[in-house]
Design a protein around this ligand. Sequence first.
Ligand code: AMP
Ligand code: MG
Length: 403
Amino acid sequence: MAVSFESARALILECVDTLSQEAVSLLDVVGRVLAEDIRAPWDMPRWDNSAMDGFAVRAEDCVSGQPLTVDGYIPAGRSASGVTVRSGTAVRIMTGAPAPVGCDAIVPIEETEEDEGKIIINGEVRKGDHLRVRGEDFQQEELVIAAGTILRPAEINMLASFGYQTVSVFRQPKVAILSTGDELVEPGEEIGPGQIINSNDYSLAAAVREVGGEPLLLGIARDDRKSLTEKITEGLKADVLITTAGVSMGDLDLVCEVLQSLGVERQFWKVAIKPGRPTAFGLKNGKPIFSLPGNPVSSMITFEEFVRPALLKMMGHQSVIKPFVKATMKESVNKKPGRVQFLRVRVLADGEQLFATSSGDQNTGILRTLLRANGIAVLPVDQEQVHAGEDVNVHLIAAVEKL
Ligand code: AMP
Ligand code: MG
């Protein structure tokens, strides 16, 4: 019996766990998921400072047209110790420089006129103007970035400004990829009668890399127990093993049998989906093994819907299932009930609204239809026909274009 799409995916996500943590240089950490809470080691900013190039003053001294004597200078990078703004004076100060004792406002240079050691201020000055106050951004010990956050340039700036050089993030999985089949040759090899090129290794390696994992190509296992046993044994050393082909009902579809003989506990085999029905999933000592169908279209779609969320979870991501976008079908599509159908679609935007059309012949042998697709419409199991004008749920796999 085939399991449902939703329960298959839920089971996979229950079975996989986040990997261990590693310290990574801030230069290499973009897109990774933080594994520790970051608390402010000190107040940010560390001291009151000027937000403008100008003059540190006492706001009460600033009467329009009345001159203040310029007494002192604090450039950025200099200490303000020993400098005081006394009544009737102003201290020249640069952006970021520490605010001197006595001042309660900064007057930007462009709001002053300077003549012979004195300034005249044009306009009103209020307490606190253009002053950055110690701790106004973060206070010492405050939570700055929570574990589980994806590190973007903004987080990385924050970490650097708190003095971090490395930070603890979740490891990225090494994903072994094994193609199986007597008919396969590698790209560049001579192609004999009945042979086809192993292309799945390349699409899956690319897909793994796109998600953030590290692909390890095991090459081709032949459709015999010995070859499969050797290669699968090798693959089980990685964090994840993906096999393609050899899981259907053919005479030489031995992948499931060999996995079982190597102690892999099958969690499911066959899912009520189209394409991708023969997909199997198992565990060996908690390690996930995905057996995807051999057909390139099926293996890419099942990667997207099953493997990608699992890899994201292993890397510490909290949101692992792509949110759907709603698109209105521009044409009717026939569908048999009993399976979730992954319809390759082209999604186009007309203003705020999204429209979808089939991206071509939905036969799984047709790669062109995936080349043209920027979305996978997930049609519910019971649906029989999608009528033109009906909304469908789409997982975007590339950017939406304008209608
Ligand atoms: P199977 O699941 O072994 O019946 O394979 C299904 C289809 O996918 C067959 O047409 C295979 O030739 C094709 N196929 C299997 N493995 C690969 C691969 N690594 N690259 C491209 N096509 C493949
Ligand atoms: Mg085969």
